[in-house]
Design a protein around this ligand. Structure first.
Ligand code: NI
Ligand code: MN
Length: 226
């Protein structure tokens, strides 16, 4: 399993030849100006919730690549209205089995209005199992005891967690979230993109290190093996 970071909360995970792209927000992000959005491959596009900083490039990428959209039912329906024809609409607690493994849609504590004001259902996260590993992407969320349910059900190898504060958990709460889900490795996302979510990287790493957890902060465009 390897992860490539594209800035903000957008990243791709490669599992046994399948490429999963999460929350594409690249073309509006000045920090990701070095990424060629037209060159990003995807077999599946997974969207945690309807906010613009998670869906900006969904329609263009799914149409160009033919990728299947995985999100809550309301968001999949909204994109169907824009010509995104391949989608699995999900809801909390449900999973889909795919050739590379299994994707489960789990709770997040946040909001989910789509860019045109359409209600975007409930915000969520994903637990993905494939290639002998399990990872958890929390989406935008507060710390919540629901995360403990994930650890009760399976061993989480890696968690991708928001750490930018203001709209989501800060690093201290995200470190507690990592303990809740039982992982020792976290990739931090949803920080530095806008002034309200600018963070001190060393302080963030220290918040995790205090709990014996490694925080990875890949550079935009960097790929890390997990
Ligand atoms: Ni959001
Ligand atoms: Mn967001």
């Amino acid at each position: 399993m390897q992860l490539t970071y594209y800035g903000h909360a957008c990243f791709a995970v490669d599992i046994d030849g399948a490429r999963l792209l999460f929350d594409p927000f690249i073309s509006p992000n000045p920090l990701a100006a070095g990424i060629d959005v037209e060159a990003i491959a995807a077999d599946y596009v997974l969207v945690s919730h309807g906010h613009g900083d998670h869906v900006a490039d969904v329609a263009a990428i799914t149409k160009r690549t033919g990728a299947t959209l995985l999100s809550n039912y309301e968001i999949v329906q909204w994109f169907a209205g824009q010509g995104v024809t391949k989608g699995h609409g999900m809801n909390f607690g449900g999973s889909v089995r795919l050739p590379f493994g299994r994707v489960k849609f789990v709770t997040a504590v946040h909001s989910s209005t789509l860019p045109d004001g359409t209600p975007g259902g409930n915000p969520g996260g994903f637990v993905v199992t494939g290639g002998g590993k399990t990872f958890y992407y929390a989406g935008d969320t507060a710390l919540t005891y629901d995360m403990k349910l994930i650890a009760e059900a399976c061993a989480v190898d890696v968690a991708v967690l928001p750490i930018g504060d203001t709209f989501t958990m800060d690093a201290a709460d995200a470190a507690r979230a990592a303990e809740f889900v039982g992982t020792k490795t976290v990739v931090g996302v949803h920080y530095d993109t806008f002034p309200p979510i600018a963070i001190d990287h060393d302080a963030a790493r220290a918040a995790f290190a205090a709990r014996g957890i490694t925080l990875l902060l890949p550079a935009i465009g960097e790929t890390v093996a997990l």
